[in-house]
Write a protein that binds this ligand. Sequence first.
Ligand code: NAP
Length: 490
Amino acid sequence: MAHEAIVIGTGFGGMGAAIELKRQGIHDLLMLEREDDLGGTWHVNRYPGLAVDIASVTYSYSFEPNPWWSHWYARGPELKRYAEHVADRYDLRRHMRFGTAVEGATWDEAAQEWEVATAGGERLRCRYLVAATGFLSQPKLPDIPGVEQFAGAVVHTSAWDDDVELDGRRVGVIGTGATAVQLVPELADRAGHLTVFQRTPIWVTPKLDHRMPRLVQQLFARVPLTQRVARTVNTTVLELVMIAAVLHYRHARFLNAAAAAIARRHLRRQVADPELRRKLTPDYSFGCKRPTFSNDYYRTFTRDHVDLETSTITEITPTGVVTDTGTVDLDVLVLATGFDVWDTNFPAIRVTGRDGKDLGGWWRSTRFQAYQGIAVPGFPNFLNLASPYSYSGLSFFTTVEGQMKHLGRLLGEVRRRGATTFEVRDPANEAFLGWVTERLRDSVFTVGSCATARSYYFNQHGEPALLRPSSTIQTHRTAETFPLDDYAYA
Ligand code: NAP
């Protein structure tokens, strides 16, 4: 028997989709999850220092506010607990199956259903398929010769192992992205010696973090309007950064320059040594790569037992890391090397649509594209949340809630027409691709200096095809007003 819907993934994207499907009257719903519990990113990532860097009043579902966040920026375990709370509150757990990795999904034209293949050899069927596999769910291991020969402990940040002994040991970290910015100060507190291998420096601005006063928590709990106001104010600030400094860079580059100046000043205040400062200063425009926030990252490099290594890694041996200027002996090697977005994440599973159309193959042989960042022609009854041009704003929740609106409106129309299938039309998809392409012409990605950023915002063809170039207000308005005839129904 086919299920009405299958959602792949039980992170905040998958749970948002499931909540919306249930609102639309779909209760025969299966949620498949390759991990052993729910929460997505916040279940998988457990490295020391893990916290969100978008304020929690914004980084949460607007319809499920949590007045009790312990800090302005919640720590990882708290977000995991919030995910559990949402699952219980919306009665999602009974739909979830853990330890079930999906390998692929194929459209069955005769049955007008999807067949979902799991790694365990099962074949599950459904009418509607939603892939909520996240943007940063496929860990990237560095393509450095010898990495598998290292005799000490090797740990990728997304597979943190608490049993790895760090205290007093010689620890090396490869990578200086948002994860390393959180992890490095924590490792420095424990390691006997810490070496951070940096290929590309990252912009870091101060993080205005603090414990949430009890009084504020109580206010948020008793007068929910106050938390909504805090959310609106915070989201507006993030929006301004995103829209003015990133998307409208051509006309407002002074704002972008101001953000870079804040980061430079932050660095100057924490690092006196001009040579160290030079090494830590990016040579690409602010916003080409995801900026980061930390009050102790820069300062960590001034500690006696911490080294910043900027020479090129040539090899990893059983005893350490070889660079083009020397060898660093290590006991523990931490890979803060991020995630593969473009080769293995878009899409994260093999998806075969009408007439055998392969989603990944089609994206790679044409351009990465998805109507409204969620639907693709040739793939009926399928919505892919982590799609090109889908990420809207700075908080993942603004993206997810926009997609929930899109999903709800679309399924409402399917029901109204008494239809069983939907499929986005080619011209609508092409018009959307043309629109995003045009809008990106003024962005920092096109006008700024991004060549040396090595940013995962850009795909293998050099296109910045991840972020949706519009305000979140516009994204949400579009989700409420897109022409329903952009889809064909049958
Ligand atoms: P990332 O930003 O992709 O950074 C990976 C780092 O590893 C980069 O510094 C990269 O250098 C380096 N690297 C990769 N392969 C290498 C190699 N072969 N040799 C030397 N260096 C290598 O990954 P991430 O730090 O895990 O962050 C990913 C994203 O997760 C963030 O951008 C953010 O969206 C999210 N995140 C969010 C939070 C939060 O609080 N909300 C926290 C952590 C992460 P290059 O730059 O030179 O390639």
